[in-house]
Ligand binder design. Structure first.
Ligand code: NI
Ligand code: MN
Length: 229
């Protein structure tokens, strides 16, 4: 069994009942976050890229609980320099952890961390295929639509696909509808919208467009959970 809780923006906590993995824990500074970073307990933290709304509280949570950080090499190295225990990976690579299997997928986006008037480029951004509890979740990361989503859908049986719909920085609704058809997951969950004005999007419109194409979409409010089938 795999249960996935939406923690707002691009943050999800996935559990098989024994282990919990959290992806992109942006809680502090997220007006829609349903929990604080202190309330988060995880066996691993997966980070898609170095933007502040994805690294978020990741380094703090990892250091406080000695939680393993899994990320693309450059971002993992950065987290290691900050005192985290890390497991670096890269796009196309797969690794079996004690909580499950993680494969990094491409994401068409950036990965520069902006702080103190400087940009630290942290390599390529990624998405994750997380296989846990006998089910597979695809977290697309921040990305525009790309043709290989077709391939990701054909090569994997995806139980849940988390896709950005907020536009401006990522896919908007119409591109995400195309991506969802290519991925043909059991369920699509929209993410990366409404957190800020510039990424306001109508998730119900997204769900309606998908249902017209016989693709199941569940709009999770921050704090809501779904079991992956
Ligand atoms: Ni980003
Ligand atoms: Mn983002």
């Amino acid at each position: 069994m795999l249960s996935v809780k939406y923690l707002g923006h691009a943050c999800f906590a996935a559990t098989d009942g024994a282990k919990t993995v959290i992806i992109d824990p942006f809680l502090t500074g997220n007006p829609l976050a349903p929990v604080s970073s202190e309330q988060v307990k995880a066996d691993a933290i997966l980070l898609t890229h170095g933007h502040g709304d994805h690294i978020g509280d990741g380094i703090d949570i990892a250091k406080r609980n000695d939680t393993l950080v899994v990320a693309p090499y450059e971002l993992a190295s950065y987290c290691q320099f900050q005192g985290c225990r890390v497991h670096p990976m890269h796009i196309g690579g797969c690794h079996e952890f004690d909580f499950g299997r993680v494969k990094l997928t491409q994401a068409v986006h950036g990965s520069g961390l902006v702080s103190d008037g400087q940009i630290t480029c942290l390599g390529n951004p990624c998405g994750f295929l997380l296989h846990m509890g006998g089910k597979t979740m695809y977290h697309a990361g921040d990305t525009g639509l790309f043709g290989d989503m077709h391939l990701i859908g054909d090569l994997n049986t995806i139980g849940l696909a988390a896709l950005p719909i907020g536009d401006n920085f990522t896919m908007g609704i119409d591109d995400a509808v195309i991506g969802a058809q290519w991925l043909h997951p059991a369920v699509v969950v929209p993410m990366h919208y409404d957190t800020f004005d510039v990424i306001k999007a109508n998730a119900e419109e997204f769900a309606r467009k998908l249902s017209e194409l016989n693709v199941k979409c569940v709009v999770l409010k921050p704090g809501e959970e779904i079991e992956v089938r």
